[in-house]
Design a protein around this ligand. Structure first.
Ligand SMILES: NC(=O)c1ccc[n+]([C@@H]2O[C@H](COP(=O)([O-])OP(=O)(O)OC[C@H]3O[C@@H](n4cnc5c(N)ncnc54)[C@H](O)[C@@H]3O)[C@@H](O)[C@H]2O)c1
Ligand SMILES: [Fe+2]
Length: 381
């Protein structure tokens, strides 16, 4: 059995309406000046939270300009606004894009390090400010993970900071906050969460403890994804996706993802394909490539997707991949790279760039060369 390190927020609140408890959680951490990082779609809930914090004598400031897939320039603007206000606690309220920026602002406000010097694993030196993350998508699991992703506009590559200091102090997961998420984003983020579970389960560094979250996350998300896409007000489905996303997030610290995410990053960086969509486009092709290295793991994933046993691991695993494609079609997501603005002539460059994401490729159950990656991009095109 592999070794494992489990590190999680010291409090995780989960359930309908738990976001109403945020002011009490701020008090628990001793926050006196709270910087709320959010997006324009969520200005309503952010202002409500700010009003309640003001009522309890806590100074607040809201930064609401984060749209999607943040770059370094945007991060610097948020950092500047936060420093000007002067905070001792950051609340991130939004999707993974918001939460990742909130996490880095909390850690880098003291000016000890520039963000570019922290890309990689374990390079961040600390975090002085308190940190509460409240997700409003059910996808990234960033509210419990040690990761934050920014686009480096100097080379159009998405880069990750991985550090124990980025695990929030408190995660508040309220499925009701995801009800307003549009169908396409519901589909993309839900599949992202499911990929976190699958890539952590079929992973060189898989661990029995993390397998529990991974398989249960798949079991929660698979039957509820299309339901939530078709009816955003289906609260039972929303709750299941939020829980699955939390489980996916709990897989990220101890085990993390692998080649699907590695190949996905250049698509986000250069073609601005939303993270969940780029994952979904690559998923079946990477899994077909990996299959022979871990047929039993992919068969177990298929069973968690509620696929019937096909008599052999390989056949069951294949049927699981077919089920994943059906799910993505039923969600109305694009199926080929050519549908999201990628040209055939872009594929060699995408393969080059994906090879730079060594921190994830090292987890893949089967070694992947640059030529393998190009063949996968070609199959997905
Ligand atoms: N930190 C991690 O562990 C981790 C893991 C996976 C992905 N990521 C990163 O997270 C980012 C993607 O995050 P995401 O998939 O959550 O999407 P997102 O945060 O980019 O949000 C997608 C869109 O939905 C909107 N939105 C969010 N919540 C809403 C709501 N409740 N109602 C209406 N609109 C809403 C956002 O404003 C945005 O336009 C990427 O940069 C990705 O690389 C981080
Ligand atoms: Fe992801």
């Amino acid at each position: 059995v592999n070794n494992v390190i489990l590190q999680q927020p010291r409090r995780i609140l989960f359930g309908d309406d738990v976001s109403g408890q945020t002011p009490a959680e701020v008090s628990l951490l001793g926050g006196t000046r709270v910087f709320i990082v959010t997006t324009s779609f969520l200005l309503g809930p952010a202002e409500k939270l700010a009003a309640r914090l003001t009522d309890q004598g806590t100074a607040t400031e809201i930064f609401a300009d984060i749209e999607t897939e943040p770059d370094i320039a945007l991060f610097e603007r948020v950092l500047t606004a936060g420093r000007k206000f002067g905070f001792d606690l950051v609340v991130g309220l939004g999707g993974g894009s918001v939460l990742d920026v909130a996490k880095l602002v909390a850690a880098l406000a003291d000016g000890r390090q520039a963000v570019a010097d922290t890309f990689g694993i374990g390079l961040l030196e600390g975090r002085d400010a308190g940190l509460i993350c409240i997700p409003t998508t059910s996808g990234t699991g960033s509210e419990v993970s040690p990761n934050a992703i920014l686009l480096d506009e100097s080379d159009q590559l998405k880069k990750g900071v991985v550090s124990p200091f980025l695990v929030p102090d408190i995660a508040i997961i309220d499925p009701l906050l995801t009800v307003s998420l549009p169908p396409v984003m519901t589909a993309a983020t839900g599949l992202d969460a499911m990929v976190h579970c699958m890539e952590a389960y079929a992973n060189l560094h898989a661990h029995p403890t993390v397998d529990l979250y991974a398989l249960e996350g798949i079991r929660r998300i698979a039957p509820n994804l299309v339901r939530a896409v078709k009816d955003g007000n289906d609260l039972e489905a929303r709750g299941a996706l939020s829980l699955g996303s939390l489980y996916g997030g709990l897989c990220l610290g101890p085990v993390n993802t692998a080649a699907v995410h590695a190949l996905s990053y250049p698509l986000g960086g250069e073609f601005h394909v939303p993270h969940g969509v780029s994952n979904t486009l690559l998923l079946p092709h990477v899994f077909r490539f990996n299959l022979e290295a871990a047929p039993d793991r992919y068969a177990t994933i298929a069973l968690a997707l509620d696929v019937a046993d096909q008599g052999s691991d390989l056949a069951t695993a294949q049927a699981g991949i077919d089920r994943l494609v059906e799910l993505s079609v039923a969600c109305g997501l694009p199926q080929q790279l050519r549908d999201v603005g990628v040209k055939a002539s872009d594929l060699p460059h995408l393969a080059d760039e994906s090879m730079k994401v060594t921190r994830l490729l090292k987890n893949n159950p089967k070694p992947m060369t640059r030529e393998d990656a190009e063949a996968i991009f070609r199959a997905a095109w």
